[in-house]
Write a protein that binds this ligand. Structure first.
Ligand code: NAD
Ligand code: WQD
Length: 340
Protein backbone atom coordinates (compact mmCIF):
# COMPACT_ATOMS: atom_id res chain seq x y z
CA UNK A 1 0.00 0.00 0.00
CA UNK A 2 1.71 3.13 -1.20
CA UNK A 3 -0.51 5.89 -2.58
CA UNK A 4 -3.32 7.27 -0.45
CA UNK A 5 -6.20 9.45 -1.61
CA UNK A 6 -6.78 12.01 1.14
CA UNK A 7 -10.13 13.79 0.87
CA UNK A 8 -10.27 16.99 2.92
CA UNK A 9 -6.48 16.94 3.08
CA UNK A 10 -6.18 20.74 3.33
CA UNK A 11 -8.13 20.74 6.61
CA UNK A 12 -6.95 20.53 10.20
CA UNK A 13 -6.63 16.78 10.72
CA UNK A 14 -5.98 16.06 7.04
CA UNK A 15 -2.93 18.34 6.84
CA UNK A 16 -1.37 16.77 9.95
CA UNK A 17 -2.06 13.31 8.59
CA UNK A 18 -0.30 14.19 5.34
CA UNK A 19 2.85 14.96 7.33
CA UNK A 20 2.72 11.60 9.09
CA UNK A 21 1.99 9.75 5.84
CA UNK A 22 5.09 11.20 4.18
CA UNK A 23 7.12 10.59 7.35
CA UNK A 24 6.13 6.92 7.06
CA UNK A 25 6.99 6.57 3.37
CA UNK A 26 3.52 6.90 1.82
CA UNK A 27 2.53 9.19 -1.05
CA UNK A 28 -0.72 11.12 -1.06
CA UNK A 29 -3.11 12.63 -3.56
CA UNK A 30 -5.27 15.36 -2.04
CA UNK A 31 -8.77 16.41 -3.05
CA UNK A 32 -10.46 19.28 -1.25
CA UNK A 33 -12.90 22.01 -2.31
CA UNK A 34 -11.40 24.41 0.30
CA UNK A 35 -14.86 25.17 1.73
CA UNK A 36 -13.31 25.20 5.22
CA UNK A 37 -9.60 25.42 4.51
CA UNK A 38 -6.85 27.24 2.68
CA UNK A 39 -4.37 25.71 0.29
CA UNK A 40 -1.58 27.44 2.15
CA UNK A 41 -1.87 24.51 4.59
CA UNK A 42 -0.67 22.21 1.80
CA UNK A 43 2.27 24.49 1.02
CA UNK A 44 3.19 24.31 4.69
CA UNK A 45 2.95 20.50 4.64
CA UNK A 46 5.28 20.55 1.64
CA UNK A 47 7.65 22.77 3.59
CA UNK A 48 7.66 20.32 6.51
CA UNK A 49 7.99 17.15 4.46
CA UNK A 50 9.95 18.32 1.42
CA UNK A 51 7.39 16.47 -0.74
CA UNK A 52 5.43 17.80 -3.71
CA UNK A 53 1.84 16.76 -3.07
CA UNK A 54 -0.62 16.41 -5.95
CA UNK A 55 -3.67 18.54 -5.12
CA UNK A 56 -7.04 18.81 -6.90
CA UNK A 57 -9.43 21.56 -5.88
CA UNK A 58 -12.64 19.61 -6.44
CA UNK A 59 -15.81 18.81 -4.58
CA UNK A 60 -15.98 15.13 -3.67
CA UNK A 61 -19.64 15.20 -4.75
CA UNK A 62 -18.46 15.93 -8.30
CA UNK A 63 -18.40 12.40 -9.62
CA UNK A 64 -16.76 13.24 -12.96
CA UNK A 65 -13.96 15.28 -11.37
CA UNK A 66 -13.30 12.57 -8.82
CA UNK A 67 -13.29 9.95 -11.57
CA UNK A 68 -10.67 11.96 -13.48
CA UNK A 69 -8.41 12.05 -10.41
CA UNK A 70 -8.79 8.32 -9.89
CA UNK A 71 -8.11 7.66 -13.60
CA UNK A 72 -4.91 9.61 -13.30
CA UNK A 73 -3.55 8.12 -10.06
CA UNK A 74 -3.34 4.51 -8.97
CA UNK A 75 -4.81 4.70 -5.46
CA UNK A 76 -4.32 1.93 -2.88
CA UNK A 77 -6.47 3.33 -0.07
CA UNK A 78 -8.49 6.39 0.84
CA UNK A 79 -8.61 8.41 4.05
CA UNK A 80 -11.89 10.29 3.96
CA UNK A 81 -11.78 13.51 6.00
CA UNK A 82 -13.88 15.71 3.71
CA UNK A 83 -17.06 16.92 5.35
CA UNK A 84 -18.69 19.78 7.17
CA UNK A 85 -18.16 19.59 10.92
CA UNK A 86 -19.67 22.49 12.86
CA UNK A 87 -22.31 21.16 15.24
CA UNK A 88 -24.24 24.43 15.73
CA UNK A 89 -24.17 25.28 12.02
CA UNK A 90 -25.55 21.81 11.24
CA UNK A 91 -28.60 22.61 13.37
CA UNK A 92 -29.12 25.85 11.41
CA UNK A 93 -28.45 24.31 7.98
CA UNK A 94 -29.39 20.63 8.23
CA UNK A 95 -29.87 20.06 4.51
CA UNK A 96 -26.43 21.42 3.63
CA UNK A 97 -24.89 19.04 6.15
CA UNK A 98 -26.86 15.99 5.02
CA UNK A 99 -26.24 16.88 1.37
CA UNK A 100 -22.53 17.48 1.70
CA UNK A 101 -21.53 14.73 4.08
CA UNK A 102 -23.80 11.99 2.75
CA UNK A 103 -23.54 12.64 -0.99
CA UNK A 104 -19.77 13.15 -0.93
CA UNK A 105 -19.33 9.80 0.79
CA UNK A 106 -21.71 7.98 -1.60
CA UNK A 107 -19.86 9.46 -4.58
CA UNK A 108 -16.51 8.54 -3.12
CA UNK A 109 -17.50 4.93 -2.42
CA UNK A 110 -18.86 4.53 -5.96
CA UNK A 111 -15.79 5.99 -7.60
CA UNK A 112 -13.38 4.00 -5.43
CA UNK A 113 -15.30 0.85 -6.32
CA UNK A 114 -15.22 1.73 -10.03
CA UNK A 115 -11.47 2.08 -9.75
CA UNK A 116 -11.11 -1.16 -7.83
CA UNK A 117 -9.93 0.44 -4.62
CA UNK A 118 -11.79 -1.07 -1.67
CA UNK A 119 -9.81 0.28 1.25
CA UNK A 120 -11.14 3.21 3.25
CA UNK A 121 -10.58 4.92 6.58
CA UNK A 122 -13.49 7.09 7.66
CA UNK A 123 -13.39 10.05 10.05
CA UNK A 124 -16.08 9.26 12.55
CA UNK A 125 -16.60 10.86 15.90
CA UNK A 126 -17.24 10.19 19.58
CA UNK A 127 -20.48 12.02 18.91
CA UNK A 128 -21.96 8.71 17.65
CA UNK A 129 -22.05 7.48 21.26
CA UNK A 130 -24.53 10.23 22.15
CA UNK A 131 -24.76 10.42 25.91
CA UNK A 132 -22.60 7.33 26.50
CA UNK A 133 -23.88 4.43 28.53
CA UNK A 134 -20.38 3.35 29.61
CA UNK A 135 -17.48 5.54 30.80
CA UNK A 136 -14.72 5.07 29.76
CA UNK A 137 -16.29 4.40 26.37
CA UNK A 138 -15.30 1.18 24.63
CA UNK A 139 -16.16 0.42 21.01
CA UNK A 140 -18.82 -2.01 22.31
CA UNK A 141 -20.71 0.84 23.92
CA UNK A 142 -23.98 1.12 21.99
CA UNK A 143 -24.33 4.11 19.71
CA UNK A 144 -26.56 6.77 21.18
CA UNK A 145 -28.95 9.41 20.03
CA UNK A 146 -27.15 12.22 18.21
CA UNK A 147 -28.54 15.62 19.10
CA UNK A 148 -27.64 17.34 15.81
CA UNK A 149 -27.54 16.74 12.04
CA UNK A 150 -23.72 16.70 11.96
CA UNK A 151 -23.64 13.77 14.39
CA UNK A 152 -26.42 12.04 12.48
CA UNK A 153 -24.36 12.12 9.27
CA UNK A 154 -21.43 10.45 11.06
CA UNK A 155 -23.65 7.79 12.57
CA UNK A 156 -25.49 7.11 9.30
CA UNK A 157 -22.30 7.04 7.25
CA UNK A 158 -20.87 4.45 9.63
CA UNK A 159 -23.94 2.31 8.85
CA UNK A 160 -23.56 2.89 5.11
CA UNK A 161 -19.92 1.83 5.16
CA UNK A 162 -20.72 -1.21 7.28
CA UNK A 163 -23.41 -2.29 4.81
CA UNK A 164 -21.07 -1.80 1.85
CA UNK A 165 -18.45 -3.95 3.57
CA UNK A 166 -21.02 -6.59 4.50
CA UNK A 167 -22.27 -6.83 0.92
CA UNK A 168 -18.76 -7.10 -0.53
CA UNK A 169 -16.20 -8.46 1.91
CA UNK A 170 -13.36 -7.44 -0.40
CA UNK A 171 -13.83 -4.01 1.20
CA UNK A 172 -11.69 -3.09 4.18
CA UNK A 173 -13.32 -0.34 6.22
CA UNK A 174 -11.82 1.30 9.29
CA UNK A 175 -14.07 3.63 11.26
CA UNK A 176 -12.04 5.91 13.52
CA UNK A 177 -14.05 7.60 16.23
CA UNK A 178 -12.12 10.70 17.19
CA UNK A 179 -12.50 12.21 20.62
CA UNK A 180 -11.40 15.87 20.94
CA UNK A 181 -8.44 16.68 18.68
CA UNK A 182 -6.40 19.75 19.69
CA UNK A 183 -2.79 20.88 19.36
CA UNK A 184 -0.76 21.44 16.24
CA UNK A 185 2.40 20.28 14.52
CA UNK A 186 5.34 21.22 16.80
CA UNK A 187 6.84 23.30 13.95
CA UNK A 188 3.98 25.81 14.35
CA UNK A 189 3.54 25.77 10.56
CA UNK A 190 0.17 23.99 10.46
CA UNK A 191 -2.72 24.01 12.90
CA UNK A 192 -6.43 24.56 13.33
CA UNK A 193 -7.73 27.56 11.40
CA UNK A 194 -11.39 28.08 12.28
CA UNK A 195 -13.53 30.49 10.29
CA UNK A 196 -15.17 33.17 12.43
CA UNK A 197 -15.97 32.53 16.08
CA UNK A 198 -14.53 29.18 17.15
CA UNK A 199 -17.03 26.54 18.27
CA UNK A 200 -14.50 24.39 20.07
CA UNK A 201 -12.80 25.01 23.37
CA UNK A 202 -9.10 25.08 22.47
CA UNK A 203 -9.23 27.48 19.51
CA UNK A 204 -11.40 29.75 21.65
CA UNK A 205 -8.81 29.67 24.45
CA UNK A 206 -5.95 30.47 22.06
CA UNK A 207 -7.89 33.35 20.49
CA UNK A 208 -8.50 34.82 23.95
CA UNK A 209 -4.80 34.34 24.76
CA UNK A 210 -3.72 36.13 21.58
CA UNK A 211 -6.08 39.04 22.31
CA UNK A 212 -8.64 38.42 19.54
CA UNK A 213 -11.46 37.79 22.03
CA UNK A 214 -11.92 39.33 25.47
CA UNK A 215 -12.80 36.24 27.49
CA UNK A 216 -13.81 32.62 27.33
CA UNK A 217 -17.34 31.59 28.28
CA UNK A 218 -17.34 28.35 30.27
CA UNK A 219 -20.53 26.55 29.32
CA UNK A 220 -21.90 25.39 32.66
CA UNK A 221 -20.32 24.58 36.03
CA UNK A 222 -23.12 22.45 37.42
CA UNK A 223 -22.42 19.17 35.66
CA UNK A 224 -21.91 16.03 37.74
CA UNK A 225 -18.12 16.20 37.30
CA UNK A 226 -15.38 16.90 39.91
CA UNK A 227 -15.39 20.70 39.31
CA UNK A 228 -18.80 20.98 37.62
CA UNK A 229 -17.45 21.69 34.10
CA UNK A 230 -17.57 19.32 31.11
CA UNK A 231 -14.95 16.58 30.90
CA UNK A 232 -13.48 15.49 27.53
CA UNK A 233 -10.77 13.27 26.09
CA UNK A 234 -8.43 15.71 24.33
CA UNK A 235 -5.99 14.14 21.89
CA UNK A 236 -2.98 15.74 20.21
CA UNK A 237 -3.65 16.02 16.48
CA UNK A 238 -0.21 14.55 15.70
CA UNK A 239 -1.10 11.43 17.69
CA UNK A 240 -4.43 11.27 15.87
CA UNK A 241 -2.65 11.63 12.52
CA UNK A 242 -0.36 8.72 13.45
CA UNK A 243 -3.46 6.70 14.31
CA UNK A 244 -4.42 6.91 10.62
CA UNK A 245 -1.03 5.58 9.55
CA UNK A 246 -1.48 2.70 12.01
CA UNK A 247 -4.96 2.06 10.58
CA UNK A 248 -3.51 1.82 7.05
CA UNK A 249 -1.51 -1.15 8.24
CA UNK A 250 -4.77 -2.79 9.35
CA UNK A 251 -6.19 -2.22 5.86
CA UNK A 252 -3.22 -3.98 4.32
CA UNK A 253 -3.84 -6.96 6.62
CA UNK A 254 -7.36 -7.20 5.10
CA UNK A 255 -9.06 -6.28 8.34
CA UNK A 256 -12.62 -6.30 6.95
CA UNK A 257 -14.63 -3.96 9.16
CA UNK A 258 -12.84 -2.46 12.17
CA UNK A 259 -13.85 0.30 14.57
CA UNK A 260 -11.46 2.13 16.87
CA UNK A 261 -11.69 4.89 19.43
CA UNK A 262 -8.99 7.53 18.94
CA UNK A 263 -8.44 9.16 22.29
CA UNK A 264 -5.98 9.10 25.18
CA UNK A 265 -8.28 7.60 27.80
CA UNK A 266 -7.84 10.66 30.04
CA UNK A 267 -10.61 13.12 30.82
CA UNK A 268 -9.94 16.81 31.52
CA UNK A 269 -12.48 19.41 32.58
CA UNK A 270 -12.80 22.86 31.01
CA UNK A 271 -11.25 24.45 34.13
CA UNK A 272 -8.37 21.96 34.04
CA UNK A 273 -7.75 22.89 30.40
CA UNK A 274 -7.66 26.60 31.22
CA UNK A 275 -5.33 25.87 34.12
CA UNK A 276 -2.99 23.70 32.00
CA UNK A 277 -2.86 26.38 29.28
CA UNK A 278 -1.94 29.07 31.81
CA UNK A 279 0.58 26.92 33.67
CA UNK A 280 2.44 25.75 30.53
CA UNK A 281 2.31 28.96 28.49
CA UNK A 282 2.34 31.54 31.27
CA UNK A 283 -0.71 33.37 29.91
CA UNK A 284 -3.87 34.10 31.85
CA UNK A 285 -7.13 33.24 30.10
CA UNK A 286 -9.95 35.40 31.47
CA UNK A 287 -13.21 33.48 31.65
CA UNK A 288 -16.69 33.65 33.07
CA UNK A 289 -19.28 30.99 33.74
CA UNK A 290 -22.15 30.90 31.23
CA UNK A 291 -25.22 28.70 30.95
CA UNK A 292 -24.84 25.17 29.64
CA UNK A 293 -24.61 24.84 25.84
CA UNK A 294 -27.55 22.93 24.32
CA UNK A 295 -26.69 19.36 23.43
CA UNK A 296 -23.53 19.13 25.59
CA UNK A 297 -22.95 16.12 27.81
CA UNK A 298 -21.13 16.03 31.15
CA UNK A 299 -18.40 13.49 30.55
CA UNK A 300 -16.88 11.82 27.51
CA UNK A 301 -13.62 9.89 27.47
CA UNK A 302 -12.65 6.60 25.97
CA UNK A 303 -10.92 3.36 26.64
CA UNK A 304 -8.30 3.29 23.86
CA UNK A 305 -7.13 -0.30 24.57
CA UNK A 306 -8.49 -1.81 21.35
CA UNK A 307 -6.40 0.47 19.11
CA UNK A 308 -3.33 -0.33 21.17
CA UNK A 309 -3.91 -4.09 21.04
CA UNK A 310 -4.83 -4.30 17.35
CA UNK A 311 -3.07 -1.36 15.71
CA UNK A 312 -0.11 -1.01 18.05
CA UNK A 313 -1.09 2.64 18.35
CA UNK A 314 -1.50 4.77 21.44
CA UNK A 315 -1.35 8.48 22.09
CA UNK A 316 2.09 9.67 23.15
CA UNK A 317 1.55 13.34 23.85
CA UNK A 318 0.09 14.61 27.12
CA UNK A 319 -1.96 17.67 27.95
CA UNK A 320 1.16 19.86 28.34
CA UNK A 321 2.27 19.23 24.76
CA UNK A 322 -1.29 19.77 23.54
CA UNK A 323 -1.66 23.22 25.10
CA UNK A 324 1.94 24.16 24.23
CA UNK A 325 1.54 23.30 20.55
CA UNK A 326 -1.92 24.88 20.27
CA UNK A 327 -0.43 28.13 21.55
CA UNK A 328 2.73 27.86 19.43
CA UNK A 329 0.54 27.63 16.31
CA UNK A 330 -1.77 30.48 17.32
CA UNK A 331 0.93 32.93 18.34
CA UNK A 332 3.01 32.23 15.19
CA UNK A 333 -0.12 32.60 13.01
CA UNK A 334 -2.44 35.04 14.80
CA UNK A 335 -4.60 35.38 11.68
CA UNK A 336 -4.33 31.73 10.66
CA UNK A 337 -3.34 31.00 7.07
CA UNK A 338 -3.32 34.48 5.61
CA UNK A 339 -1.65 33.92 2.23
CA UNK A 340 -2.93 31.91 -0.70
P1 NAD B 1 -11.74 20.59 8.52
O1 NAD B 1 -12.95 21.36 8.22
O2 NAD B 1 -10.51 21.33 8.91
O3 NAD B 1 -11.38 19.64 7.28
C1 NAD B 1 -12.36 19.10 6.43
C2 NAD B 1 -11.94 19.41 5.01
O4 NAD B 1 -12.91 18.89 4.10
C3 NAD B 1 -11.84 20.92 4.73
O5 NAD B 1 -10.57 21.20 4.17
C4 NAD B 1 -12.97 21.19 3.73
O6 NAD B 1 -12.62 22.22 2.84
C5 NAD B 1 -13.11 19.83 3.06
N1 NAD B 1 -14.44 19.55 2.48
C6 NAD B 1 -15.65 19.64 3.08
N2 NAD B 1 -16.61 19.25 2.22
C7 NAD B 1 -16.00 18.90 1.06
C8 NAD B 1 -16.45 18.40 -0.19
N3 NAD B 1 -17.75 18.20 -0.43
N4 NAD B 1 -15.54 18.15 -1.15
C9 NAD B 1 -14.22 18.37 -0.93
N5 NAD B 1 -13.73 18.82 0.23
C10 NAD B 1 -14.61 19.07 1.24
O7 NAD B 1 -12.11 19.52 9.65
P2 NAD B 1 -11.18 18.56 10.50
O8 NAD B 1 -11.23 19.01 11.90
O9 NAD B 1 -9.87 18.38 9.84
O10 NAD B 1 -12.03 17.23 10.41
C11 NAD B 1 -11.76 16.22 9.45
C12 NAD B 1 -12.84 15.16 9.57
O11 NAD B 1 -12.84 14.63 10.89
C13 NAD B 1 -14.26 15.66 9.31
O12 NAD B 1 -14.97 14.66 8.61
C14 NAD B 1 -14.81 15.85 10.71
O13 NAD B 1 -16.19 15.71 10.74
C15 NAD B 1 -14.13 14.70 11.44
N6 NAD B 1 -14.02 14.93 12.89
C16 NAD B 1 -13.45 16.07 13.35
C17 NAD B 1 -13.36 16.30 14.72
C18 NAD B 1 -12.77 17.57 15.27
O14 NAD B 1 -13.03 17.90 16.42
N7 NAD B 1 -11.99 18.32 14.50
C19 NAD B 1 -13.84 15.33 15.62
C20 NAD B 1 -14.40 14.16 15.11
C21 NAD B 1 -14.49 13.97 13.73
C1 WQD C 1 -15.38 20.86 24.88
C2 WQD C 1 -15.86 21.31 26.26
C3 WQD C 1 -17.91 22.55 26.21
C4 WQD C 1 -16.32 25.99 24.00
C5 WQD C 1 -17.32 18.78 19.57
C6 WQD C 1 -18.32 18.04 18.73
C7 WQD C 1 -17.84 16.64 18.49
C8 WQD C 1 -16.43 16.66 17.90
C9 WQD C 1 -15.49 17.48 18.71
C10 WQD C 1 -16.58 16.63 15.53
C11 WQD C 1 -17.36 21.16 26.48
C12 WQD C 1 -16.78 23.43 26.69
C13 WQD C 1 -16.46 24.78 24.66
C14 WQD C 1 -16.41 27.20 24.76
C15 WQD C 1 -16.75 25.89 26.75
N1 WQD C 1 -16.40 17.25 16.60
N2 WQD C 1 -16.66 24.72 26.00
N3 WQD C 1 -16.62 27.08 26.10
O1 WQD C 1 -18.48 19.63 22.34
O2 WQD C 1 -16.84 17.91 23.23
O3 WQD C 1 -17.19 18.12 20.82
O4 WQD C 1 -16.04 18.78 18.91
O5 WQD C 1 -16.88 15.48 15.39
O6 WQD C 1 -18.74 16.05 17.62
O7 WQD C 1 -19.56 18.00 19.42
O8 WQD C 1 -15.98 19.91 21.98
O9 WQD C 1 -14.39 21.77 22.12
O10 WQD C 1 -16.81 22.27 21.60
O11 WQD C 1 -16.19 21.49 23.90
O12 WQD C 1 -16.93 25.84 27.96
O13 WQD C 1 -16.33 28.31 24.22
O14 WQD C 1 -15.59 22.71 26.39
O15 WQD C 1 -19.09 22.84 26.90
O16 WQD C 1 -17.56 20.80 27.83
P1 WQD C 1 -17.23 18.90 22.18
P2 WQD C 1 -15.82 21.42 22.33
Amino acid sequence: MKTILVTGGAGYIGSHTLVELYNSGYNAVVVDNLVNSNKESLHRVEQITGAKIPFYEIDVRDSKALCDVLDKHQIDACIHFAGLKAVGESVEMPLEYYQNNMVSTFTLIEQLMNHNCKNIIFSSSATVYGNPEIIPITEECPKGKCTNPYGQTKSMLEEVLMDVQKADTAWNVVLLRYFNPIGAHPSGLIGENPNGIPNNLMPYITQVAVGKRPELGVFGNDYPTPDGTGVRDYIHVVDLARGHVAALKALSRNCGLSIYNMGTGNGYSVLQMIDAFTRVNGILVPYSIKPRRAGDIATCYCNPAKAKAELGWEAEYGIEEMVRDSWNWQRSNPEGYTTE
